[in-house]
Design a protein around this ligand. Structure first.
Ligand code: 4AD
Length: 423
């Protein structure tokens, strides 16, 4: 009855919606299926904007042997109402141009075959051509936007923390050190005059900013030289980090962690329903846990609490980095630190109140021999210091949790891990 409203609801092809007003449409995309028949040929073409492909109906004389699964095409024609329930419109082709051919014999993906995530992982330069990985990338993009809007709507200022840094925030020694290369550096390989590393966390830089802003966040790549082949560790991953000033309670932190998680997930489920459904129906292998002892502990806790996200607070003081606040009033020596554990993944967020008391921070840094290195950090406590705290959320682990994906390498466009840096 109202083809325009149907068209509008067919959001992936909004361009076509505008084109239909002038009765001519152009679709550029990749062929997902070809069905030649006696008088007609039917194609499905996908432009990457959604899981849905548009059906093209063409006269058999427009058939071309180069029209194969995976080839890039440009189709012009008239957009029409379709008789099929599932797709409100189809394109009646007037012209079809093969922009880039794709030899089906050599192409590593086969029509109608469902390739495993392990298989497509071996092909990082081509895996975005599969339904599963293109869905993942759309979800990832939507989740990124959702996280930024959460922080924007809640009064946080975004800070671009540096990728190159001279500090080891976590003190775990999992740093990638930078070495200049090339002929210009033969005689001067000490580029920064101090050892410089890829950042393991933007926390300390956010803490600098929390001396002037009450709420700050950053969302960027983070690097850890973990010699681990585990299904939840990468050498390069994205971390969402927030720092909140004028707070003395872990509840203020857990509330923000929970809110970020909720609002991003609600938006992803609302806007990427089809893509998420693809994972839940076809890809989810069932939640499996890793086998290291720590993960087993996390598994036990999450299960014990009814397989829901769980906050674990107040860790033994010595297990946490130098910046964690000493819970002096606790009977056991603990730090005001909190981890969020989620089903299927384990630790998703790590956070703490930061030690704002100069004497205690100084004493701890002295004990670990870092007093001089972190003199600038002590300055933050000397000048207008406030109680504050923050956390980091591993973005890939978040995606693993929401989609039920077993291996972290399947939720990042180009995974980096020990002995692997493809492309
Ligand atoms: O617990 P982490 O090490 O905390 C920090 O780096 C704090 N400085 C953050 C802060 O308070 N601003 O890391 C935070 C989260 C972990 O909970 C985990 O989700 C993720 O980052 N993460 C990793 N994700 C993938 N691969 C790795 N190698 C990861 N290491 C940590």
């Amino acid at each position: 009855k109202n083809p325009t409203s149907k068209l509008r609801s067919f959001c992936p092809f909004t361009i076509l919606y505008f084109c239909v007003l002038i009765e001519s449409s152009l679709l550029q995309g990749w062929v997902r299926s070809v069905r030649p028949q006696k008088n007609n040929i039917f194609l499905h073409v996908n432009d990457g904007s959604s899981l849905q492909s548009l059906q093209i109906v063409a006269d058999a004389k427009l058939n071309d042997p180069l029209l194969t699964f995976g080839s890039a095409v440009e189709v012009s024609g008239i957009l029409k109402k379709s008789l099929h329930q599932k797709q409100p419109v189809e394109l009646e082709a007037e012209q079809i141009r093969v922009v880039g051919e794709c030899n089906p014999v050599n192409f590593p993906f086969k029509i109608k075959e469902r390739h495993s995530l392990e298989y497509i992982r071996q092909l990082p330069h081509l895996r975005c051509r599969t339904n599963a990985f293109s869905s993942l990338l759309r979800i990832r993009s939507e989740a990124t936007a959702a996280i930024h809007s959460y922080f924007k709507n809640n009064g946080f200022v975004q800070i671009h923390t540096p990728i190159i840094t001279s500090n080891d925030c976590e003190g775990a020694g999992e740093l990638f050190q930078l070495e200049p290369s090339g002929p210009a550096f033969v005689d001067d390989d000490n580029f920064f005059s101090v050892p410089a590393f890829l950042t393991v966390s933007g926390q300390l830089h956010l803490e600098v900013m929390s001396g002037a802003f009450s709420r700050v966040y950053t969302f960027g790549p983070t690097f850890r030289a973990e010699n681990s082949q585990s299904r939840r560790h990468l050498a390069e991953f994205f971390m969402v980090e927030a720092e909140i000033s004028f707070t003395e309670s872990l509840e203020d932190l857990t509330k923000v962690m929970e809110d970020v998680f909720r609002s991003a997930t609600e938006r992803v489920l609302a806007r990427c329903a089809e893509d998420v459904d693809l994972f839940h129906r076809h890809v989810t292998p069932g939640h499996r846990w890793g086998c290291d002892l720590m993960t087993e502990h996390e598994k036990y806790l999450v299960k014990h609490c009814g397989s829901v996200p769980v906050f674990v607070t107040d860790y033994p003081y010595d297990l946490k980095p130098f910046y964690a606040r000493d819970n002096q009033d606790h009977p056991k020596h603990t730090a005001a630190a909190v981890d969020l554990l989620v089903p299927g993944v384990g630790e998703l967020c790590g956070g703490s109140l930061r030690e704002e008391r100069l004497n205690l921070l100084m004493a701890r840094l002295k004990r670990v021999g870092l007093e001089d290195t972190y003199n600038w950090y002590l300055d933050l406590r000397r000048f207008g210091s406030v109680p504050h705290g923050g956390f980091g959320l591993g973005f890939e682990r978040y995606l693993q949790c929401v989609l039920g994906v077993d291996n972290i390498k399947d939720v990042i466009p180009f995974p980096r891990f020990s002995h692997s840096c493809l492309l």
